[in-house]
Design a protein around this ligand. Structure first.
Ligand code: 13P
Length: 281
């Protein structure tokens, strides 16, 4: 089913589970994510980064999403991840993305709120949900360079949500994009405090490398959307390498893509069970 994030995140918040939000790179892994959702009766958020949008194409992504999601029997949202470019964001909204993230988190608070408010006006007119970020997620992911992690200031949350009208808030709580180079110091207390301050669903970025216990504790504390990207990307490339080693250039191209498909589907299905969204579509 074609949906934005609002219905699924509201239900997740009420039901105290997390919805998996997964980055895809091209058609095969996108298909695997939708099939994982269908087979596990789980809602899913399909996330395209700026890099994926450039490589795959906006129109192509939207058409692929629609044809896969329409018959999936599970709620599927198409989300533009970490966008700083308002022109690109507007194009994606017009083309049929059902959700967007504006990331102005490295700007001063007032500027972040101002830009985010503009995006909400653009997106809500088309029924598109909006995520924004307070505090910063460190690490590097494609063209997103987070710099130093900055923990969210709970004192600013109410004002930010009121000023902007966003639908979901990404919280800087110590998680990092990409593989963890050291143990993350996740501020579960901050998640709990912020969840007590607002009804707006909270988002945790940087899911790759976190333990089952970390995921489930974050969800118990109040996270409703959980982002995973690098683990899927790594699986995509390593599955190709494995088949290449086994079969060489004589290998059937479909064997390569089948391996990618199975890898992505297995990871997404596993996360849906960990996050508690399996059976909640
Ligand atoms: P990871 O790549 O660390 O899993 O983070 C994904 C993410 O937060 C995308 O916004």
């Amino acid at each position: 089913m074609i949906e934005n994030m609002n219905g699924m995140l509201k239900k997740a918040k009420q039901g105290k589970y997390g919805v998996g939000a997964f980055n895809f790179n091209e058609f095969t892994d996108l298909k695997a994510l939708v099939h994982a959702a269908a087979e596990n009766s789980a809602p899913v958020i399909l996330m395209a980064s700026g890099g994926t949008v450039k490589f795959f194409g906006i129109k192509e992504i939207v058409h692929a999403y629609r044809c896969l999601a329409e018959d999936a029997g599970a709620a599927c949202a198409l989300h533009l991840d970490h966008c700083k470019d308002l022109e690109l964001l507007q194009t994606c909204v017009n083309a049929g993305f059902t959700s967007v993230m504006i990331d102005a988190s490295t700007k001063p608070f007032d500027e972040n709120a101002e830009i985010t408010k503009r995006v909400v006006e653009i997106a809500h007119g088309k029924g598109v949900s909006v995520e924004a970020e307070l505090g910063t997620v460190a690490g590097r992911e494609e063209d997103i360079v987070g710099g130093e992690a900055e923990y969210i200031n709970p004192g600013k949350v109410g004002e930010f949500i009121e000023k902007t009208g966003i639908d979901a808030l990404a919280v800087g709580i110590g998680t990092v994009h990409g593989f963890y180079k050291q143990e993350p110091h996740i501020r579960f207390d901050l998640i709990e405090e912020i969840a007590g301050l607002t009804d707006t669903p909270l988002v945790m970025h940087g899911g790759t490398g976190l333990s089952v216990e970390d995921f489930q504790r974050a969800i118990r504390c109040g996270i409703s959307k959980v982002n995973v990207g690098t683990e899927l990307k790594f699986s995509f490339s390593s599955r190709l390498c494995e088949i290449a080693k086994e079969k060489g250039p004589e290998g059937d191209p479909r064997d390569f893509m089948r391996a990618v498909y199975e890898g992505s589907k297995t990871i997404a299905a596993g996360k849906m069970k960990i996050f508690g969204c399996a059976g909640k579509a």
